[in-house]
Structure formats: C-alpha cells, structure tokens
Design a protein around this ligand. Structure first.
Ligand code: IPM
Ligand code: MG
Length: 356
C-alpha cells in the first residue's frame, strides 16, 4: 500500500529524532512492501524563523491531505521572549484544533529492560507498569474564553474551563474502547468536589460507562490521583481526564517509568486520522549533538502504523526492534547507567532499523 505522511521535525532535537524515525519507517516499508510518501512541513520555532508564523497555512493543508502526521517537538529558549499567542507552542494547540485531534493517548509503561530507571522503589512497581492516559485535547481551559479585566486588586487575567456533554462523551468512549482492549478498568479524574465542569464530566462519564458493563469505572479527584500515581501506580489501567489535568498527570505518569525518552503518544481525530509524537520536548540543550534518544519517536511511528494505518504486524515489528536493541544493552545517554554500550542518536536509529 501507499501512504502519505506529513512530517514536522520542529525544533531542538526534533530534526535529530525524526531523521531516525523516518529511517525506521522506510525500513518497515521495504520489509512489508509499503510506500510511505513523506512531506516535510514547518511548525513551531522553525516556522517562525522561516515565515514569521508558527503554524503556516501550508502546514495545515499538507497535514489535512495526509493519512497521518509525525511530529518531533517544538519550542526553545530562542522564542521564549515572544508574546503568548506567538510562541512555538501555539502551533501545537493550533494543529490539534485544526485537525480535530481531541483524543490524546499517552502510554506510560515500564520496559522490563529498563526496570531500574524508575525513581520509585522496586517494590511499588513489582510486576511492571502499563498505564494509558487518555487526555481530552481540544477543549477545556486551553481553548476556553480568556481575557483580562480590572479588579480592585489590580489588572487580572482569566481562562475559562468549560466542557460540553458531547466533548466529554466522545473522549469517554475512547477511554472505554481502549480499556476493552486492555485490563477493562477506567479511572476518570476530575475535581468534582469543587468544579461544575467536573461534575458534568463525572455525570457524562458515568452515563457512557453503562454501555461498557465489563469495564470497571472509578472516579478520583485530581489531587488524589496525583498522589496515587506515586503511591500505587499499579492500580491504574486507563486514566481519562481533561486537557489540563491530563497535561499534568501524563508528565507525572511518564516520569514514574523513568524513561521519558522512550514514550510515544498519539493524538486522534474521529476516524483513523492522527498525529504522533514523542512525549518528551525539544531538549534544546542537546539539539544537533547526536545525544537524543530517538526511541520515543520511533515508537510513535509504531503507534501510527497501529492506530491510523491499521498495520499491527508492522507496529509489532517496530516495538520488537526497540526492545531487541535494549536487550542488546544498547543505550543512549538518557538511559546509560555506566555498564552498557553507549551510542548516539544516529547509531540507536540505525540499530533499531536493522532489527526490523
Ligand atoms: C504537552 C505540552 C503542551 C501542552 C504545550 C507545549 C502546549 O506540555 O503536549 O503536554 O500543554 O499540551
Ligand atoms: Mg505537557
């Protein structure tokens, strides 16, 4: 088959890791008889530098015409001084909204080969860890009404958290569908003891759960969820939550695994369309130095093959290749503990591609 992939290398280590991910993608193509036609487009700081706009219309058009989007990372200190609405990060929010990517899947799992990397005590993680955070991505406070006004305490700024029943219902369905393919347990995270938007969230998630009698549903307040994630993370299977709570909890969950350089993510629209990117950021301090771990981006290619293209054998091949290289004790600097074989970005990518 022939597939069209829009590629956004972005900023910082983005181009370094994307190069390796494309190497692996094309290796999958050779091995399984597919053609991946990749078109590279600009977003974030790179787009600001080239066009003055963090998300050029051409980028949106190319992404919309593609089967899927592969993204490196955006942002960096160079653009930190820009006003909020012109920062590279706005490109991400714009792409999510323009492409209707309402469901963000962020797996946090421990690779057996990297079990020691977690900052948590071994006994807390005994038996492994495999959590899927399902974050609502196009609603809530990120996209709500915002503004400024005068108050008797001086000028004030506000951002509104608002969710419609429809928005909650569609993300809840994604979470329950995922749980059906996993351990049939959904934990919905909100702040329903304080927020009306959370009370609506909880009511709608509970309604949706009636269609999934096999799935166990729990509700946790976000403060408690943050605590439970470090106290007993193994209690979780699928966590479904709002845009801002998901932003925070997915970082926490990924940190628990100790290998943020290994974790991919998917942002899905209705249908099969999706954008795939590593969970980590643009790490400008090591950009262009052949130090970044390309594995999260390569595993994002795996998710792309699985979720958008429906190519599960190909996706398995990518995941197995990453595991095989870890089992060979090959490590990039972020994973290196002193006794393994230390390699750079390009060598890691080459070794993974070789195992496909
Ligand atoms: C993320 C990031 C983004 C977000 C930023 C860069 C806009 O933190 O993808 O989690 O908050 O969604
Ligand atoms: Mg974040």
């Amino acid at each position: 088959m022939e597939y069209k992939i829009a590629v956004i290398p972005g900023d910082g280590i983005g181009p370094d890791i994307i190069e390796q991910a494309l190497l692996v993608l094309h290796k999958v193509g050779d091995r399984f008889g597919h053609t991946f036609t990749c078109q590279t487009v600009l977003a974030g700081g790179a787009a600001i530098d080239a066009t003055g706009n963090c998300l050029p219309q051409e980028t949106i058009d190319v992404c919309k015409a593609a089967d899927a989007v592969l993204l490196g990372a955006v942002g960096g200190p160079k653009w930190d001084g820009l006003p909020g609405d012109q920062r590279p990060e706005r490109a991400l929010l714009g792409i999510r909204k323009e492409l209707g990517l309402f469901a963000n899947l962020r797996p946090a799992m421990i690779f057996p080969e990297l079990a020691d990397a977690s900052p948590l005590k071994a006994e807390i993680l005994e038996g492994g860890l495999d959590i899927l955070v399902v974050r609502e991505l196009t609603g809530g406070i990120y996209f709500g009404e915002r503004g400024t006004r005068e108050t008797d305490m001086g000028p004030a700024a506000y951002d509104v958290e608002m969710y419609s029943e429809g928005e909650v219902r569609r993300i809840a369905k994604v979470a329950f569908d995922m749980a059906m393919k996993r351990n049939k347990h959904v934990t919905s995270v909100d702040k329903a003891n304080v927020l009306d938007s959370s009370r609506l969230w909880r009511r709608v998630v509970t309604e949706v759960s009636k269609d999934y009698p096999e799935v166990k549903l729990d509700h946790l307040y976000v403060d408690n969820a943050a605590m439970q994630l470090v106290r007993n993370p193994r209690q979780f299977d699928v966590i479904v939550t709002s845009n801002i709570f998901g932003d925070i909890l997915s970082d926490e969950a990924s940190q628990i695994t100790g290998s943020i350089g290994m974790l991919p993510s998917a942002s899905l629209a209705t249908g099969n369309f999706g954008m795939y990117e590593p969970i980590h950021g643009s790490a400008p301090d090591i950009a262009g130095q052949d130090k970044a771990n390309p594995a999260a981006t390569i595993l994002s290619v795996g998710m792309l093959l699985r979720y958008t293209l429906g190519l599960s054998a190909e996706a398995d091949a990518v995941e197995n290749a990453v595991r095989a290289v870890l089992a060979d004790n090959i490590r990039t600097p972020d994973l290196y503990t002193g006794s393994e074989t230390l390699v750079g970005t390009a060598e890691m990518g080459r070794r993974i591609a070789e195992k496909i």
